[in-house]
Write a protein that binds this ligand. Structure first.
Ligand SMILES: C[S@@+](CC[C@H](N)C(=O)[O-])C[C@H]1O[C@@H](n2cnc3c(N)ncnc32)[C@H](O)[C@@H]1O
Length: 508
């Protein structure tokens, strides 16, 4: 076993590596775990066979549905489900206890023919229902694999509970990712960074790692019921928000002021300039804070226009977006909006420039070695714009997307997102050379040697044979090969295993 569950000093139980975990080229699958129980989403042919939702649970029929399903389970499964409960003196649990006690008398006074067994069971053991609710609310995870074609999410299978995966703690810069397998029944956890023996494995519960710290903490508290104490959240300053040096316009100082890590009660405070040490005045702090709030509002409104497919109608407003600093996390959003706008207008050079800046900001805040779906998404968008401008650069952008997705999700023949990105890479690659130009014998030999499921051990090994890469990669994100021949053979194999050869011929 690569991992085990251990007690921590501050965060209850945690999943910890038993030896150093090295992700390698195609990532490292740490566990694939079947759900202990799956709760289908209401409205998909799943009703409450035990009777109507009682009045006091009317606002949450899904919870009552989940409760009925729980009651159908054998005793040992029920106790494993409740075993996921962590007593955190959580205000949500106390509020539910109070709520139930208010209704208890009223419920018991009801005619017995208006009551049903599942509802009665709630009041025969209020604590069991409270614990069950907390487990569902804070530990269950959505089961939504990608669509078969890799263009966005696929069918929603409901939410599930996992004994091991649900013991993983959250971090706003996690070293693992988790996702649902294609059949909607399992969670796969993969390491995306080297993890030392004894180190905790962490995942991102919410998917908002670029939001400001107070926002991330608020979201986690609202959705998962705890205040995040990860390294980023407990650092001295908020790494997503930096502002130009107060002296910038006079001295051209390129330093910046970070925002002191604010708590809910404290007022904003700017740290001295990182370069010249200048102190930010109260007035300057207030001005940049107000500008930041206005920009957040504007971005939210423009995001809606994007969702409604009328981004071109707000062209002027998007062009005027100005982030406080190119590495403030709002810059990532501003440049993404600009990228979307220019792509829509067919101005691909401007779109590519905007996406590149957006990516730059993301990498600057999270680090070059942080892999996420968000990074892969922007790399793909960048490639989509660049393929109209510069095929070689488009190829590099798609390679980064593939590299990022393979590390997180495994090989292209197994995962729709990777397959989709690989397909884009192959289409631009196809402009540069043709595998069919190779002699038949060498093609077949190469294909027979390929072991996609056994990735080479080091990041800078040949993607195909694992020998040291002779063609150095431009960056850690690019695929590496020992020679041009292996590069061609690997591409040919992926094309074959992904069934892309036919589709590729139709590329414009
Ligand atoms: C899914 S459980 C993880 C396992 C949990 N530690 C346990 O002992 O069962 C989620 C709970 O772990 C704790 N937790 C997870 N990540 C945390 C973090 N970054 N900061 C503080 N508490 C965290 C919180 O109490 C949260 O409600």
């Amino acid at each position: 076993m690569l991992i085990e569950v251990r007690e921590t000093k501050t965060r209850g139980k945690a999943v910890v590596a038993t030896r150093r975990l090295e992700p390698g080229l195609s990532g490292l699958e740490v566990i694939t775990e079947k759900a202990l129980i799956i709760f289908p989403t209401l409205g998909r042919g799943y009703g409450n066979e035990d009777g109507p939702v009682p009045d006091f649970l009317e606002p949450n029929p899904q919870l009552f549905s989940d409760w009925c399903r729980y009651l159908e389970q054998p005793k040992d499964v029920q106790s494993r489900i409740l075993g996921l409960y962590t007593d955190m003196k959580c205000p949500h649990a106390n509020a539910l206890r109070d709520y139930l006690h208010q209704y208890e008398c009223q419920f018991k006074e009801q005619e017995s023919n208006q009551r049903n067994k599942a509802a009665e069971r709630i009041f025969s053991d209020v604590e069991e229902f409270v614990q069950f609710t907390m487990v569902i609310r804070f530990n269950s995870v959505e089961l939504q694999p990608p669509a078969e074609d890799g263009h966005g999410p696929g069918p929603n299978y409901g939410h599930g509970l996992f004994e091991l995966a649900c013991k993983m703690n959250h971090s706003c810069r996690p070293n693992c990712v988790w996702f649902t397998t294609q059949d909607g029944k399992c969670k796969e956890v993969r390491a995306i960074a080297p993890i030392e023996a004894g180190e905790e494995l962490t995942v991102d519960y919410v998917g908002n790692v670029l939001d400001p710290t107070p926002q991330r903490r608020e979201d986690l508290f609202a959705t998962k019921g705890f205040v995040c104490e990860c390294d980023r959240c407990s650092a001295e300053h908020d790494d997503t928000r930096r502002f130009k040096c107060i002296a910038h316009s006079e001295t051209q100082c390129t330093g910046f002021h970070f925002l002191d890590q604010p708590t809910y009660s404290s007022t904003a405070f700017l740290v001295d300039c990182s370069c010249c040490g200048a102190k930010a005045t109260e007035e300057y702090t207030q001005t940049v804070m107000q500008e930041e709030i206005a920009l957040v509002r504007e971005i939210n409104e423009l995001d809606e226009a994007l969702d409604l497919d009328c981004i071109v109608n707000v062209q002027d407003r998007i062009e005027q977006l100005q982030p406080p600093h190119r590495y403030h996390s709002l810059a990532e959003k501003c440049y993404q909006l600009k990228g979307e706008l220019y792509s829509n207008l067919g101005e691909y050079e401007c779109a590519a420039e905007a996406y590149a800046k957006s990516l730059d900001c993301r990498i600057y805040i999270l680090g070059t070695d942080y892999y996420s779906q968000g990074t892969a998404f922007i790399c793909e968008k960048l490639g989509d714009a660049l393929k109209h401008v510069n095929v070689e650069e488009a190829e590099e952008a798609y390679k980064r997307a593939v590299r990022c997705l393979e590390l997180m999700r495994g090989a292209a023949d197994e995962d729709p997102y990777v397959k989709c990105a690989m397909k884009k890479l192959l289409t631009v690659q196809n402009r540069r050379f043709h595998i069919d130009d190779l002699p038949k014998e060498t093609k077949l030999k190469g294909i027979a040697e390929i072991g996609l499921k056994n990735p080479p051990p080091s990041d800078f090994s040949c993607q195909l044979c694992g020998n040291p890469a002779m063609i150095p990669s431009a960056s850690r994100d690019a695929l590496s090969y020992c020679c041009e021949f292996h590069k061609r053979v690997h591409y040919a194999n992926v094309k074959r295993s992904c069934g892309l050869i036919e589709e590729e011929k139709t590329w414009d």
